[in-house]
Design a protein around this ligand. Sequence first.
Ligand SMILES: O=C(O)c1ccccc1N[C@@H]1O[C@H](COP(=O)(O)O)[C@@H](O)[C@H]1O
Length: 216
Amino acid sequence: MKPDIKICGLKTEEAVDRAVTRGATHIGFIFFPKSPRNIAPEIAGELADRVRGRAKIVAVTVDADDEELDDIVSLLRPDMLQLHGHESPERILHVKALYGLPVMKAFSVKSADDLAGVDAYIGVADRFLFDAKAPAGSDLPGGNGISFDWKAMASLDQSVDYMLSGGLNKDNVATALSSTRVSGIDVSSGVESAPGAKDLGMIDAFFDAADAATKR
Ligand SMILES: O=C(O)c1ccccc1N[C@@H]1O[C@H](COP(=O)(O)O)[C@@H](O)[C@H]1O
């Protein structure tokens, strides 16, 4: 089956349009002030309106409280919430009940040991995202442009449906797809010419590589 492709951290009309035209199944907007990809919910909502229904709109938050989520959900009207912080299973159940939206829970991975906590989220999170653990000193829990050793994924419960992220780019996406059993891939830095600046040529090159690897 062809993998989903999520292009994350979008901030411009051109990048949104190109990602969706090339076949992005998901587009992500980052709501985290320390990120170079941070965007105001009202602007993200306007960008999402360009492609609503053609790709799933994903709101990415980090340990956001209800007040912040209220704002994002009402202004962006996302199809899915990506919780990229330390949200507990109880918090996820609360958020799902509040908004009736599916939740993708992100986990930071360096080695197979970091997958130990996943079990508590099975049957709670609708989808899982495995991203590289942030390097020491980084302000960002994601979007650091670094990969982890994908061999770690072999120890994951086979029933877990997941997306992979962390340092994906045109040069490694084929290997990521062939060496894991991902149902989706998620990229941000790998299609940027500078932090937060999406590059249309790099978006094209990423889709070319993913398409060639999967005959999408
Ligand atoms: O991209 C960010 O700035 C970000 C900030 C806070 C939480 C998550 C963030 N991004 C997520 O990181 C990966 C992409 O990483 P990469 O840049 O391709 O290495 C993706 O899941 C984003 O949603």
